[in-house]
Write a protein of this length. Structure first.
Length: 412
């Protein structure tokens, strides 16, 4: 059964109709399922699934075959879908040739789970001819929740098309322990635990290790666990090097592999000038809490929530905000703000016209003092920020100060 993904309308919308649509994201985030929705709601289409070993080998040995087959398709088949394009990077040159030779003749949808492989294969990403989309694990607004905190109008689905249902809402405990990968959400607790362990073993440790050309698995496994444990913290390569025994330069390369394969994101410090010195070292966040917990070898139990509930909730908020910024596009990004004397705001959601400071608290009973750092940010950057939020576990929104509202996690 297909469920509604927020990218569907953008992929099918008129803004990108004349462009090649590149859809990137980590494995198991739902790229293939989303493209099958595209196929269901489009005119007759042709799918090239490069996870099919036989097809992949044929196209690796003769990339021009792709162009010949596309040109031979009936005229009514205008939609061409290529799944996991990084497996045969040379096909991007064929797509460019087809696109340039007959503008408007075909509409291309391409997916990938590794920008690193594309670069390593000397492939271009079709500059001027493509629009890039990034898919994340299931977000709160894809569950049908209300977009109360950072409003975003939803695009209407094309008239006459079947609208897939939203995902079933899950408890906070489930999301903090098991994450939001589409397949994992459908599984029992025991099955989800095994699936996430297998994901780390087969994808992160094997495929990502192969991407990094790492021959010694032991130190790389140590790096993965430490990187997962440190997720959401300011990254200290010198400290990680001491703990893992891996040179800092190698650790930096390993982190880049995680970014290139969409397993994680760097988050920069808030960049606007301040009278006080601020910390500029970035933070690193894994793309999904379930995968992060499995990589960190943290058992998904109630004890984990009792000991790390606050950091887990903060990590979840980071993922939601990063996904929202990607979805909204240019002019939107997520940063954090921290001064050398300890004043800190967990996140700043930056928009084209205004910024919103956001603090995360594990409490069910927020108090005005929970907003004090947000208020300091608003005082300092009043030209860009007029309001702030405290995300917590309260039941309903509360006005903590004139400028800061506490909202339930489910309203983000």
């Amino acid at each position: 059964m297909f469920f509604h993904r927020s990218l569907l309308n953008a992929l099918l919308g008129p803004t990108s109709r004349e462009k090649v649509r590149l859809l990137f994201g980590a494995r198991q985030t739902g790229k293939t399922a989303l493209l099958r929705q595209v196929l269901q709601q489009s005119e007759p289409a042709q799918l090239f699934d490069l996870q099919d070993t036989a097809l992949r080998r044929q196209l690796e040995s003769d990339p021009a075959r792709f162009g010949r087959e596309v040109r031979a398709l009936p005229k009514q088949k205008q939609v061409i879908v290529v799944d996991e394009i990084q497996k045969v990077p040379a096909l991007l040159e064929e797509v460019q040739s087809l696109y340039d030779s007959a503008p408007g003749r075909w509409r291309f949808f391409l997916t990938g789970s590794s920008a690193r492989r594309l670069r390593a294969g000397a492939a271009n990403l079709l500059p001027g001819r493509s629009h890039l989309f990034r898919i994340h694990p299931i977000t709160r607004w894809e569950e049908g929740g209300e977009d109360l905190a950072i409003a975003e109008p939803r695009a209407a689905t094309s008239k006459g098309k079947r609208v897939p249902p939203p995902f079933r809402q899950q408890s906070l405990q489930r999301q903090l322990l098991f994450g939001s990968l589409p397949g994992v959400r459908m599984e029992s607790t025991a099955s989800a635990t095994a699936t996430l362990d297998a994901y780390v073993a087969t994808y992160v440790e094997e495929e990502v290790r192969r991407e990094a050309l790492v021959r010694d698995l032991g130190p790389f496994q140590v790096f993965l666990r430490l990187a997962a444990l440190e997720s959401g913290q300011v990254t200290n390569l010198a400290k990680l090097s001491q703990e893992s025994g891996v040179p800092a330069s190698t650790l930096k390369s390993h982190y880049q592999v995680l970014v290139d394969t969409f397993v994680g994101h760097w988050m920069a410090a808030y960049g606007h000038p301040s009278r006080k010195r601020v910390l500029t070292t970035p933070r690193f966040y894994w793309f999904d809490l379930g995968v992060r917990n499995a990589a960190a070898q943290l058992p998904p139990t109630s004890e984990l929530l009792q000991s790390q509930g606050g950091p887990l909730l903060e990590h979840w908020v980071a993922q939601e905000l990063l996904a929202r910024a990607d979805h909204l596009g240019r002019g939107h990004r997520v940063t954090f703000w921290r001064t050398v004397d300890g004043v800190e705001v967990d996140f700043v959601f930056e928009g084209p016209r205004a910024d919103v400071p956001i603090e995360v608290k594990w409490t069910e009973r927020p108090r005005p003092e929970d907003a004090r750092h947000v208020e300091l940010f608003l005082d300092r950057f009043g030209d860009r920020a007029k309001r702030g939020l405290v995300v917590c576990r309260c039941e309903r929104p509360q006005q903590l100060t004139d400028r800061v509202t506490a909202i339930p996690w489910s309203h983000l």
